[in-house]
Structure formats: structure tokens, C-alpha cells
Ligand binder design. Structure first.
Ligand code: NAD
Ligand code: AKB
Length: 320
């Protein structure tokens, strides 16, 4: 019953948050979808619904906000992503974990209807098969970010089993988008490569040419998130986090796809610390449980995503 729900999106000005907020404001009464972030309001969110400045690390501030706005669902997107986390692992652990505990505790105290919290392919590490990585396999992440995501998944399941909280989660792959900038991930290179191709600049990639990673176009990720959250409870068998997959590519394959549209586009390779992160992650993901449980199916493949990204980036370039 959308009319009765009041939704809080924490981290609403980030790469996912902007598009998710806009999508939820199309489904629900925009006044009932509260966007919150540490940063100033993103320009694309202006005049589309309520915006509040929030530091999710401040539990009291979060609690007051939830009570004041009669919040029934939280989407908690604020986090430190993989590349940034490796620069300050202890801070990343603190922010990623403590913020989730704040959200789960308030969900318990205020009996929220649902919580959404994203996990990542970063939960996989040594020992997991790298092709079609299964839902249930060895989970031994070697990055600070991956360790925080794995612990987060365990907490989500714990709060579901112990307190009955309807927590739902997806293990996103690298997300590709043009509306809002990415925030410090290892997979951000793909978006940077698109931008360079459109601006006729040479791009120096921080990953080696043959490093395959699972990726997804943002419209699919937003649709997956909303479909998961709107699915009836009996269709949700996992309250840790679901594998989802769309396509995979390497920097060399993306460069080739871009050169098809932008002949003469040049790429050089200078792998840095992000190479080690990428090598610890899967190359492709088995998402059969998400497909069976709540009907997940991606709409975009590498070719259709590439054409759509380029068309939108070029349209933005002409408007600027
Ligand atoms: P992002 O870095 O673009 O956005 C995060 C937002 O959280 C930022 O706007 C930031 O200002 C805000 N934030 C940070 N600390 C905060 C605090 N203390 N209080 C309030 N807001 C705060 O990240 P994103 O790419 O949008 O990712 C969102 C979530 O999805 C994260 O949990 C991330 O781990 C996960 N995820 C993202 C991807 C991806 O490719 N983008 C892939 C897998 C998982
Ligand atoms: C990152 O690269 O950190 C994210 C992710 C896959 O979790 N895009």
C-alpha cells in the first residue's frame, strides 16, 4: 500500500541514491520520500521532494528524523566504497558497520516495515569460484570494504531472525551510470572510460586490460532494488543478500566497445592498488536464486548499455 509508506533514503546524493530517490518519488507520494545525506542536496533532487542534512553516524539525529517524519522504511546507502576504504580501513569499518547498526536498532525500536541495505560482490574473496560465483560459497573477502559488507550481511540476517525485521539486500556488481558521479569504488574506472571517450580524451586505466568484473547498468540496478523491496514477503528466502548479475567485461573489452562508437579513442593501462582489489573479486555471478525467488532479470547487456550510456553522455555534453 504505497500511500501509507514513508521512506527515508540515507546517502541520497550518491551514485545510487540520486536515481533511487527519483524512482521512488515516481511510485510513492514525493512528500513521503525523504532524501538525506551529509552533502548539499544534489541538483537533480532539487524541488522533487523533501531533503534533510543527516550524519547517519549521529544515532540521535537519525532517530529524531525517523520519528518526526513517521518513517516506515529506510534505504541505507551511505558507505565508504572499496578503493577509498583501502586508504583508511579502520575508518571504513567504523562508518560502514556503525551506521548499519544504527539503522537496524532504530528499525527494531520503531518497528519499521522494511530496511534496504546494499551489499556487494566484494563479499567474495579467496577460495570462491570466480566464474558464475554461487550464492552460497566460501566468503573470505580480503578488502576492508568486503569484510564490512560480509559482516553487514550477517547483521541483516541476525536482525531478521532475532527481531523479525524485514531487511532486504542485493550484492550489487559495479554499477554504470551517467546521472550522478561514482564515489570511490574499484569499478568506477568504467564510468571514467566512458567520460573520456565522449570528451575525446585519452584514458589511463587503473586496472590491467584483461581484468574481468561483473557490471550492471544503473536502470537495471534501480529496478532490481525496487522489485526486491516490493516483492511479497513469502517470495524472499534470503535476508542476508542476493547475488544479482547482468554482464561482465574487462577494460580492454570496454575500450573496444567504445572504439566502435568513438574511433580513435585511446586507452593506456597503469594498474595501481585497485588491481589487487579487482583480482580478489568474481568475474561473473550466478544469480539463479534471485531469478527464482522474486523474478530478477536484467534488461541491458554490454552493447545496449554502451549505446544508451554514450547517447545520454553526449546529450548532457550538448546541453552543458
Ligand atoms: P556513493 O559514495 O556514491 O554515495 C554514498 C553517499 O553516502 C554519498 O552521497 C555520501 O555523501 C553519503 N554519506 C557518506 N557518509 C555519510 C554519513 N555519515 N551520513 C550520511 N550520508 C553519508 O555510493 P554509491 O555508489 O551510491 O553506493 C551506495 C551503496 O551501494 C553503498 O553501500 C555501496 O557499498 C553499495 N554498492 C555500490 C556499488 C556501486 O557500483 N555504486 C556496488 C556495490 C555496492
Ligand atoms: C566498488 O567498486 O567498490 C563498488 C562495488 C562493486 O562494491 N562498485
Amino acid at each position: 500500500m504505497p500511500a501509507k509508506e514513508r521512506i527515508l533514503i540515507i546517502g541520497a546524493c550518491g551514485q545510487i541514491g540520486v536515481e533511487l530517490t527519483l524512482a521512488l518519488r515516481k511510485i510513492y507520494e514525493p512528500q513521503h520520500v525523504i532524501a538525506a545525506d551529509l552533502r548539499d542536496e544534489h541538483p537533480l533532487l532539487k524541488d522533487t521532494g523533501p531533503y534533510v542534512t543527516l550524519d547517519v553516524m549521529n544515532r540521535e539525529m537519525l532517530h529524531v528524523l525517523v520519528i518526526r517524519h513517521h518513517i516506515t522504511q529506510i534505504y541505507h546507502l551511505a558507505a565508504i566504497l572499496s578503493a577509498t576504504a583501502e586508504k583508511n580501513p579502520a575508518l571504513a569499518w567504523h562508518i560502514n558497520m556503525q551506521s548499519l547498526i544504527h539503522v537496524l536498532e532504530i528499525a527494531r525500536e520503531e518497528r519499521l516495515h522494511k530496511v534496504y541495505w546494499p551489499s556487494s560482490i566484494a563479499v567474495f574473496g579467496r577460495g570462491a569460484p570466480r566464474q558464475r560465483t554461487p550464492q552460497h560459497t566460501i566468503l573470505e573477502p580480503t578488502t576492508a570494504y568486503g569484510i564490512s559488507k560480509l559482516a553487514g550481511e550477517r547483521w541483516c540476517e541476525y536482525y531478521h531472525e532475532r527481531y523479525g525485521i524485514d531487511v532486504r539486500s542485493l550484492r550489487y556488481p559495479g554499477l554504470i551510470s551517467y546521472k550522478s558521479s561514482p564515489g570511490g569504488g574499484t569499478t568506477d574506472y568504467a564510468i571514467e572510460m566512458f567520460q573520456a571517450a565522449v570528451e575525446n580524451r585519452k584514458y589511463c586505466c587503473p586496472l590491467a586490460p584483461d581484468t574481468h568484473l561483473p557490471m550492471m547498468y544503473m536502470p537495471d540496478a534501480i529496478r532490481a532494488t525496487i522489485e526486491l523491496m516490493e516483492a511479497p514477503a513469502h517470495r524472499i528466502s534470503l535476508h542476508s543478500s542476493y547475488n544479482i548479475h547482468a554482464f561482465q567485461f574487462s577494460p580492454a573489452e570496454l575500450a573496444k566497445a567504445l572504439q566502435h562508437h568513438a574511433p580513435g579513442f585511446e586507452v593506456c593501462y597503469q594498474p595501481d592498488f585497485r588491481q589487487q582489489i579487482a583480482e580478489s573479486w568474481p568475474e561473473s555471478i550466478d544469480d539463479s536464486q534471485a531469478r527464482a525467488d522474486w523474478g530478477w532479470k536484467p534488461a541491458f547487456d554490454l552493447q545496449t548499455m554502451t549505446s544508451d550510456m554514450l547517447a545520454n553522455l553526449r546529450a548532457h555534453q550538448h546541453q552543458a
